[in-house]
Design a protein around this ligand. Structure first.
Ligand code: NIG
Ligand code: FE
Length: 420
């Protein structure tokens, strides 16, 4: 330890979930190992962890270094900052009017087919100013943080013209530059076929490939590219064309796959080497096997299943097959209007039959790996970012058990107390 001071010492931690373990995404039984330390402490300097472990050992390591600030955790549970690997953060408007349509029996794809759904948010996003989009997205990002997320992925995909996609991505960039939460940007121009291209999906795909992808790359506005591969949206073949072009340009690639129908999206993710495939409600065993073999992370979205009253992802099968599983809110104005990763914890336990330990792994190391941040966040160890959440709870199971409320007491982001 070269530093002669400590910026922040968090001590008297009842249970500290370090998530220390193998590098990268965890599979199978590894997902149950949360690296728990009792009566722990974390010492931070320059935004990074410089010592972590049992409090007595950390204090010994610090010797007579000057500690600038101390935070008494008062016996609380502490986890790494939660990593939210899949949101549609930046958009205009909201879609509460779809609730009554849904209650009358209209399906998600029927609403989209009739010009509603994603396309109504496209209209609202196109009509919104950049400042209005920023203000709205910032409020949601604040809420994500209040509920424990310290790193958040954000997709475009409600512009669907070059200019409107760039507008959304510039808002994401402003959030990256100004908000304590780390924001990871994904271009999703292939989120829907816009109204003006109705019946001409191939032409739209051509525009995404020839105009949007190169421009987004040139302007450095996104790190990943995602596609909604679904019946009536983009076919497997169109998705392959877009993701192949994106990969050639140097984007990391992701895919919304088999959300409603088994399309072979998971198999495509494995074939192309996507970093992650999302939803996976209708995926076949062969699809899971292919993903496991290639190490593609399955990002499961149980709040979307809940809200669409759809079936649940077969998380147990995926874990048994050795597929790394991550979890997310899928925060968006249609299929999942919630910023609460704690609600997703509950749904993951009750509807996906995952244990609280597996859920935490899926929301930390595995989620970080799904957005290329496994080296810097997702576990608490020396050299990693000091992103910590303190809860008004003393054990992990209490979080999903006592559901629908916020248990977060304090959030430390890159060594700074940002929520208290
Ligand atoms: O992941 N499935 C496609 N995209 C989003 C929903 C977007 C919306 O309905 O506005 C999702 O569920
Ligand atoms: Fe999504």
């Amino acid at each position: 330890m070269a530093q002669d001071t400590v910026d922040l010492l968090v001590y008297n931690i009842g249970t500290l979930m370090t998530m220390q373990g193998p590098k990268g995404p965890r599979t199978g039984a590894q997902m149950s190992d949360v690296g728990a330390v009792h009566q722990g402490a974390v010492a931070i300097f320059g935004g990074e962890i410089i010592a972590i472990g049992p409090e007595a050992a950390v204090r010994r390591q610090l010797a007579d270094r000057m500690v600038r600030e101390e935070l008494d955790a008062e016996g609380r549970l502490v986890t790494p900052g939660l990593v939210e690997p899949h949101t549609h953060l930046v958009h205009g408007g909201s879609r509460e009017h779809e609730l009554s349509l849904k209650l009358q029996g209209a399906s998600y794809l029927e609403i989209l087919e009739s010009g509603g759904g994603i396309l109504s948010t496209v209209k609202a996003t196109r009509n919104a100013t950049e400042d209005a989009l920023f203000a709205k997205a910032k409020r949601s990002l604040d809420t994500l943080l209040l509920y424990g997320a310290t790193t958040v992925e954000a997709k475009s995909g409600y512009g669907l013209t070059l200019e409107d996609e760039l507008k959304q991505l510039r808002v994401t960039k402003r959030l990256q530059d100004s908000h304590p939460v780390d924001v990871v940007s994904t271009f999703m121009g292939a989120h829907a076929v816009p109204m003006e291209f109705k019946g001409r999906g191939d032409e739209y795909v051509k525009m995404v490939i020839q105009e949007m992808l190169p421009d987004v790359k040139r302007q450095g506005l996104a790190e990943f590219c995602d596609v909604f591969c679904e019946h009536g949206v983009f076919t497997v073949e169109q998705s392959e064309r877009i993701l192949t072009a994106a990969k050639e340009l140097g984007f990391g690639i992701k895919i919304h796959a088999d959300e409603i129908e088994p399309m072979g999206g998971a198999e495509l993710a494995a074939k192309l080497g996507c970093i992650s495939a999302e939803h996976l409600l209708a995926t076949s065993d062969e699809g899971f096997q292919a993903m496991a073999k290639r190490g593609v992370i399955g990002v499961l979205l149980p709040a979307t299943s809940f809200n669409l009253r759809a079936k649940h992802a077969r998380a147990r099968t995926m874990i048994e097959m050795g597929m790394p599983v991550a979890l997310s809110t899928d925060y968006n104005p249609g299929s999942s209007p919630t910023e609460s990763m704690q609600l997703v914890m509950t749904l993951s336990c009750l509807n996906l039959q995952m244990t609280p330990e597996e859920v935490l792994t899926a929301m930390t190391m595995n989620a970080a790996s799904a957005i290329g941040r496994g080296d810097t966040v997702g576990s608490l160890e020396v050299g990693k970012k000091a992103d910590l959440v303190l809860y008004d709870a003393t054990n992990l199971a209490y979080l999903p058990y006592h559901f629908g409320i916020n248990h977060v007491n304090t959030v430390v982001k890159a060594g700074r107390i940002v929520v208290r």
